[in-house]
Each structure stands twice: as structure tokens, then as C-alpha cells.
Design a protein around this ligand. Structure first.
Ligand code: ADP
Length: 616
């Protein structure tokens, strides 16, 4: 008998990550449920759909919605699970009705199978079940499974038209190109790469958008771009119609190490990354030139993109983002996106010169400390008390920093020490920060040793995990998280400081992992071995940070040299549980110190875990 189609429609599927190393991704797939199988395929405009997977219904052991509080990183926010063989397939529906239709229909078709007695109502994430905290993926479920759970509900309404969502004129989905901090009460903050609904574009500069919580407000229209799956126009690095010669011309004119762009290759559907470098050629001479790398696709079933064969990605934006942080086989990492026609595009901060501090508005006062870049003074700027870092000559790669200052002034969160701006007209150059009256956390901890409550220790970890979760959500890597780089405000709030700043230090002893000032004791194995920084290497440092908090400011591995620490880590040893740390906090530390970055939790998850400990 031929199978009959029961339900079909476009849903988002999470990759099953059968191999530990494969990156997690979310893809739109066209699902068809018939009386025999659940199949899903990729739909490409103008091409035949290509089938990506097929699950025989007889192999399905459980179908149920997923109840979770974790933020869902794709546009469909209604997850359900299909458990088959030894696999958990997570599928995301655009709304609850749609999810119920699928779950109900799938349950109906599979109710006579050999089913699970118990299932997991929450996600398997970061190496454990979020419902029962078991760390074995195949562990028995923690909630009874009811295969008839929907039997009493109303009959199914007609199958939705899968195109409806796209053609609905009231729902133009846009993506934030960068962060935006509101300047007026009527503005809405934007978070880079997050989606919003555009509700009014009639004003020529300020459009109204709505975020996922339903808050509405104005945003500068140049900060957002319409979302489209195969449209890279929203990325600063993409140049659609540009020849190889013009690309080389633009990059050579830019003349900065790592200036790059992605352009269409001569072969249809293929993209090329062009990057400028001054790295010495084979003759050892400096040799400014543009190198071109074609983005290739792997042969495997779920074909992945790569520039260097070891580093595979599901999408081109993910690949570019990775190589923006890691050279990984390229002549240089991709540092500065360059695009034609956008040379004059400026952010509002730049337009109003907001990040450039006028020296006439700045008054300098007493010294409050000194660090890698030089003295730090108290000061006043526009009615605010500020801390001013006076950058010693030769201590900082100033040009690179000025490039990045714009991004850094836009990172804005109550648990980050705000960079207000930079005074480049002052000599030496100075950086103007929010003043943190009680100085750095490591000194604060030591000065109060034996006098701090469990609540305040946990609160410090929570504060810093909040700031770090914000950086993580903006794909911003700190690179030097430690108690010495966190500061305390007058009302005892701990904030993250110095994020990303090590990139501008001109001191090999500090920047090279062999150097005497390199923070080995806070660094993850992959940073020590390959200088591979990521949010997950920040997570490792956060584990050491928690250890510092719970030992009230002791130095980690106090009596060991850097070399001894590296040997101990290689042998699988880790810092011991601080006496003051509850078992649950120690478990979180150990989770941060997993050898493999993928086995460590994200900051979003750490924040959630710490928040639930503080509720107890
Ligand atoms: P660097 O980045 O040059 O290494 P640090 O950030 O370590 O400098 O700052 C050195 C010291 O200056 C800190 O330990 C702290 O005491 C003080 N300091 C730095 N930033 C601030 C700030 N925003 N508010 C108050 N004090 C600060």
C-alpha cells in the first residue's frame, strides 16, 4: 500500500550532533509525515528538494513537546522531540498550534510502537539533561510518557500553508547588524544578530521594531537589515558584484593586516575570501599582497563549508565568524571587513563623534591604580565620575584599538565596566571608563577575607556570569577574565572590565603563551597549546575566577610555576575545591575545566545554574 501524507510543512531542525565535534546548527527543513515515515528535506529555490533524512515511524519511541526555559537560538520558538533508535531529534515549530498538530499526529501514528515508559521533558544540552541533571545521554527519562496525551483534544485543523509565514506582509523579520544602546526612552536596544519584527519603516532614519518579548521602539535603520536565508547583504564583509581586480584594489588601499571581504567567485554559487596581508613571503621579505581562498564544501552528506579542511561549518557566516577570531590555516585571521559602497557608512556613535572624548570636557584627578597600559586616574566627564586610563607610549597598538573602540563603546550592560570613549587628541591617548569606586575584585576579596557571606560570594559569581553571558551573546571574547580584571562599584556590584584588551597590548611577555606575564593559570588547554580563544576558553577562566572568589582572593596554583601548572593540567589535575565553596559550585567549576571546549557549559547556562543556586 502506498503511504498517505498526513502532515507537511516547514519547521526548523536542530542538528543531532552525533559526532562530538560537529557544531550545533539549526536548519529550515520541509517535513513530511506520512503513514510510513517522517522525512525532511532541504528546499532550494529553483531546484529539486534534496532529502536530508528519513525516520521510519516504526522506530519512533516517543514524541513530546520540550519544556525549557533556555533561550532558543532560532526563529521558531516551540520545540518538540522525536526519539528514535538512540537519537533525539529536536524540531522547532513557529507557534504552539503548529507544534501541537505535529506532536498529536506523530503520537497518533506511533502509539502502537515499543515506546519509552519515561522520557526527558527538557533538552539534552552541554553534556547533561536539563530536567534531571543526568550526564548520560541514554539515561532513562525522568517523567512518565503518555502516548495518548493529546487524544481528547479537538480534531486537527487543515494543514497550514508553509508559505504563509513568509508572505505575511505584517511580519518583516529583520536582523540587528550591531548592538545599539538606546539614547531616548522611546528607543529599543538592539543586540547584534538577534531578530526583530519591523513594524514601521515610514521614517527615513528611525524605524520601529519589536523584540521577542513584544517591546517596541525606535532604532536607527542602518543598524538593521531584512533577514533572508541566502542573502549575505546584511554582512559588512560581503561584496556581491565585485571583480577580483577591484577587490584587490580596495584591500590594498585599506592596507591593514587582515583586511578582508567575501565575494562571489567566477563559478556560480561559489564564494571567495580575499584577504590583505603584509606577512613576509617565502624570501623572508615584507610583501604586501592579497590572497584569495575559495570557500569549499565537504563531500559528506550534510555538506559543510570550510577554508581550512579541519574547520567545518554549517553556514558561511559561522565560518567567517570563526576565522575572524582564528587564522587556523589562513595567512592571517580576518580582522577588518571591507566593502565597496559602504566606505561612508558610519554608526550613530561615529556620526555624533560619541566615542571621541573632547579633552576640554575631561578633568583629571588623583591616581587610582596602574596597569599594563599605564596610570589610571579618577576624573570627571560630562557630570560623571570616570576612571581614565592614560596609555603609556609604546604600550598599546593604538591604531588597532581605535578601530575596535567603536565596537567596545557600544557593548553596554550593567555588569560590564562601560567604556565611554577615547580621547585620541590628548597625548598620551586616554580611555574613559565608568568609575568603579571600590577598585579591583582581587584586592577587595583579600581585604575582606573571613568576613564575606556565602550570599555575597555567590552574588559576585552571578554578576560576572551575567556580564560574560552578554559578551558571549555578542560573540565577543574577553581573553583575560580573572578577579584582577573585575571591578567593584560603590554599592558592591562586581563588573567585568578589560574585555578584549589584551589584543592591543604591545608586550610579548604578556601576549605570547611562552611569555612570563601570560595568564597561564587562567588559560584553557587549547589557549596554552594553540592560542585558540573562544567564549569556551573564557568559560575555563570563569571557573578559575569562581575559585578565586571562593578562596577570597588566593592565587591559583600558588606555589607552582607556569610549567608545573601546564604539566599538572596535561595530567588531568585541576584546582581543588575551596573550603568555602558548596559542592554545587565546585561542580560548576569542574564543568568549566573540561578538557574539550565543547564539553564546557555556555555562560548562558552558567548564569542559569548560578541563579538557581541563589534561589535556594
Ligand atoms: P591595565 O588595563 O592598564 O592593565 P587595569 O585595568 O588592570 O589596567 O587597571 C589597573 C588598576 O586601576 C586596577 O587594578 C584598578 O585598581 C584601577 N582601575 C582600573 N579601571 C578602573 C575603573 N574603571 N574604576 C576604578 N578603578 C579602576
Amino acid at each position: 500500500m502506498l503511504p498517505t501524507v498526513i502532515l507537511k510543512g516547514t519547521l526548523i531542525k536542530k542538528s543531532q550532533q552525533k559526532r562530538r565535534t560537529s557544531p550545533c546548527n539549526y536548519k529550515e527543513r520541509f517535513f513530511v509525515l506520512d503513514t510510513q515515515d517522517l522525512t525532511y528535506s532541504e528546499q532550494r529555490p529553483g531546484k529539486k528538494p534534496s532529502q536530508k533524512g528519513c525516520i521510519e515511524l516504526s522506530r519512533i519511541k516517543c514524541v513530546e513537546i520540550v519544556c525549557s526555559e533556555v533561550p532558543i537560538p532560532c526563529s521558531n520558538k516551540y520545540p518538540f522531540q522525536v526519539v528514535h533508535d538512540n537519537c533525539y531529534l529536536y524540531i522547532f515549530a513557529p507557534d504552539n498550534d503548529c507544534r501541537q498538530r505535529w506532536v498529536r499526529a506523530l503520537k497518533e501514528e506511533t502509539k502502537c510502537n515499543a515506546l519509552l515508559l519515561k522520557y526527558h521533558p527538557n533538552f539534552w544540552m552541554e553534556g547533561r539533561w536539563r530536567c534531571c541533571y543526568q550526564t548520560e545521554k541514554m539515561a532513562t527519562g525522568c517523567q512518565e510518557y503518555d502516548p495518548m496525551g493529546y487524544a481528547s483534544k479537538k480534531p486537527l485543523p487543515p494543514t497550514p500553508d508553509p508559505q504563509r509565514r513568509l508572505s505575511d506582509p505584517g511580519r518583516r523579520v529583520v536582523v540587528a547588524l550591531q548592538n545599539y544602546s538606546p539614547h531616548e526612552d522611546t528607543d529599543l536596544p538592539l543586540h547584534k544578530d538577534q531578530e526583530y519584527i519591523l513594524t514601521d519603516s515610514s521614517h527615513h532614519n528611525w524605524w520601529t521594531v519589536q523584540d521577542h518579548r513584544g517591546n517596541s521602539g525606535f532604532v536607527p535603520c542602518m543598524y538593521i537589515a531584512e533577514k533572508s536565508c541566502d542573502n549575505f547583504n546584511r554582512f559588512e564583509w560581503y561584496n556581491k558584484d565585485i571583480t577580483r581586480g577591484r577587490a584587490e584594489g580596495l584591500l590594498m588601499t585599506e592596507g591593514k593586516e587582515g583586511a578582508f571581504m567575501v565575494r562571489d567567485s567566477r563559478h556560480a554559487g561559489v564564494y571567495t575570501v580575499s584577504v590583505f596581508t603584509k606577512a613576509p613571503g617565502s624570501n623572508g621579505q615584507k610583501n604586501p599582497r592579497v590572497k584569495h581562498y575559495q570557500i569549499r564544501q565537504s563531500e559528506a552528506e550534510e555538506s559543510k563549508f570550510y577554508l581550512a579542511e579541519k574547520y567545518l561549518f554549517s553556514t558561511i557566516p559561522e565560518l567567517i565568524q570563526y576565522h575572524q577570531h582564528n587564522a587556523a590555516g589562513l595567512i592571517t585571521r580576518l580582522r577588518h571587513p571591507v566593502s565597496q559602497g559602504r566606505e561612508s557608512s558610519q554608526s550613530p556613535a561615529e556620526l555624533s563623534g560619541q566615542w571621541e572624548v573632547d579633552p576640554a570636557e575631561l578633568t583629571l584627578g588623583e591616581e587610582v591604580g596602574s596597569g599594563q597600559f599605564g596610570l589610571v586616574l579618577q576624573g570627571r566627564w560630562r557630570e560623571r565620575r570616570v576612571a581614565v586610563k592614560m596609555v603609556r607610549k609604546g604600550a598599546m597598538s593604538e591604531e588597532d584599538f581605535k578601530e575596535e573602540a567603536r565596537v567596545m563603546t557600544m557593548l553596554s550592560h550593567c555588569k560590564l565596566v562601560q567604556l565611554y570613549g577615547v580621547c585620541t587628541q590628548h597625548s598620551p591617548m586616554c580611555l574613559v571608563f565608568e568609575l568603579m569606586e571600590q577598585g579591583c575584585l582581587s584586592d577587595y576579596l583579600r581585604a575582606r577575607r573571613g568576613r564575606m557571606s556565602q550570599d555575597s560570594l555567590l552574588g559576585m559569581c552571578l554578576d560576572v556570569s551575567e556580564g560574560m553571558a552578554y559578551l558571549e551573546s555578542n560573540n565577543f571574547i574577553h581573553r583575560d577574565l580573572a578577579a584582577r580584571n573585575c571591578l567593584v562599584s560603590c554599592n558592591n556590584v562586581v563588573k567585568v572590565s578589560d574585555f578584549g584588551m589584551t589584543r592591543f597590548v604591545l608586550d610579548d611577555q604578556y601576549t605570547s603563551s611562552q611569555g612570563s606575564k601570560f595568564p597561564i593559570k587562567w588559560s584553557s588547554p587549547e589557549v596554552i597549546k594553540y592560542c585558540k580563544f573562544s567564549s569556551k576558553s573564557d568559560v575555563w577562566s570563569f571557573g578559575v575566577f569562581m575559585w578565586e572568589v571562593y578562596t577570597e582572593g588566593r592565587l591559583p596554583y600558588d606555589n607552582r610555576s607556569n610549567l608545573e601548572v601546564v604539566e599538572a593540567l596535561n595530567a588531568g589535575l585541576r584546582l581543588l575545591k575551596p573550603r568555602q565553596a558548596p559542592e554545587a559550585v565546585h561542580l560548576l567549576m569542574e564543568w568549566c575545566w573540561k578538557e574539550k571546549p565543547d564539553d564546557r557549559p555556555s555562560f548562558a547556562l552558567l548564569l542559569h545554574e548560578l541563579a538557581s543556586l541563589s534561589d535556594l
